[in-house]
Design a binder for this molecule. Structure first.
Ligand SMILES: Cc1ncc(COP(=O)(O)O)c(C=O)c1O
Length: 350
């Protein structure tokens, strides 16, 4: 008899990008921000140590008010969790358990893991040849989840197409989950849909645009009804997922909109310049609306290119799935880091 439950034995856990301790490494494998968070974060954390004696505000009231203000919604339409990964997990449990969920075949690789954990059947819909979402094919039984812009491709589905999916889900009494981890780097986001749909759940993170991957703070925007369902799941699991330090730091970060806009502007400028330079070298680069580039680094398998970059202390991400294996996902770092990447890929092409 095994000690482990059959559920535990049946899981195939998510594999996160590695966090190696190599001196001088240019780390471009997990889509972190190359810039630190707003200086207001450090100020907000000052003197909080003594307050850690007490449990945090389980509703994260002040943080939710700040998120609501910045997004033009009311706090009852905001839910906070320990990273958007946790918010996504709660959403899978709240809205998809026992149902068949349509997802693109190429998307954030945590979705199949949560599907397995929470008893969600997946209807996997291949992306089209150009890595865009096949909107008609996504409209099957009921709920839909997609990352937009998508990971690891960086490609964004236009808002009007997302609206079509929202309408389909509404007709089926189902939730459309739009994972907007990278929306701050995109030209459009799904926020306008919230005015027309009570079945659209938008999930965002502080990990990318706000330079706070180490804080673990994610949030959802949705109708009061959807937010209430997330709260029910949270309180059936862990009533205090967001600690006092995270609440204070994230609040300071989201209210410093000028700082975030500038950091995002710099990342986008570096991204677009780097994409152009790589295309000039003959590489195919997908149009990115994120803080990473998806680059076709080989005809068939880019694993040796990843290895060659690693030997030059540049760490990028390679996926071995058949449709992805010729490509590398390269996080946008500082201007100097990306110049090193272009130089290295230039040498490898020569
Ligand atoms: C599409 C997508 N969603 C969610 C996440 C998780 O972000 P967080 O750090 O908030 O858990 C990531 C992280 O890489 C992501 O790429």
């Amino acid at each position: 008899m095994a000690y482990e439950s059959s559920l535990a034995l049946s899981l195939t856990p998510y594999t996160a990008g590695e966090q190696p301790k190599i001196p001088g490494l240019i780390k471009l494998n997990t889509n972190e921000n190359p810039y630190p968070p707003s200086p207001r974060v450090a100020e907000a954390l000052q003197g909080l140590a003594d307050s850690l004696r007490l449990y945090p505000d389980m509703e994260a009231t002040a943080l939710r008010e700040a998120i609501a203000q910045v997004n033009g919604v009311v706090p009852e339409q905001v839910f906070c969790g320990n990273g958007s990964d946790e918010v996504l997990a709660f959403a899978f449990a709240a809205f998809f358990a026992g149902k068949t969920l349509a997802v693109p075949d190429i998307t954030y690789s945590f979705y199949p893991v949560y599907a397995k954990l929470f008893g969600v059947a997946l209807h996997t819909v291949p992306l089209r040849e150009d890595f865009t979402v096949d909107v008609p094919a996504m409209q099957a039984e009921g709920p839909i989840a997609l990352a937009n812009p998508n990971a690891p491709t960086g490609v964004r589905l236009p808002l009007e197409r997302v609206r079509t999916l929202a309408e389909h889900c509404r007709d089926k009494d189902a939730v459309l989950l739009v994972d907007e981890a990278y929306a701050a780097f995109a030209e459009e986001n799904a926020r306008p849909l919230m005015d027309d749909f009570d079945n659209v759940l938008i999930v965002r993170t502080f990990s990318k645009s706000h330079g706070l991957a180490g804080l673990r703070l994610g949030y959802a925007l949705g109708s009061r009804r959807l937010i209430d369902a997330l709260r029910r799941v949270r309180d059936s699991f862990n009533s205090y997922p967001v600690d006092r330090l995270a609440q204070a730091a994230a609040r300071a970060a989201i209210l410093d909109t000028a700082y975030t806009e500038e950091a995002v502007r710099r990342v986008k400028a570096t991204r677009d310049g780097c994409a152009e330079a790589l295309r000039a070298l003959g590489y195919q680069v997908l149009p990115s609306e994120t803080n990473f580039l998806f680059v076709r680094a080989d005809e068939t398998d880019a694993a040796p290119v990843m290895q060659a970059l690693r030997e030059q202390r540049i760490l990028v991400r390679h996926f071995s799935a058949p449709r992805l294996k010729a490509w590398l996902r390269i996080t946008v770092g500082t201007q100097e880091e990306m110049e090193r990447v272009v130089e290295a890929l230039g040498r490898l092409k020569a």
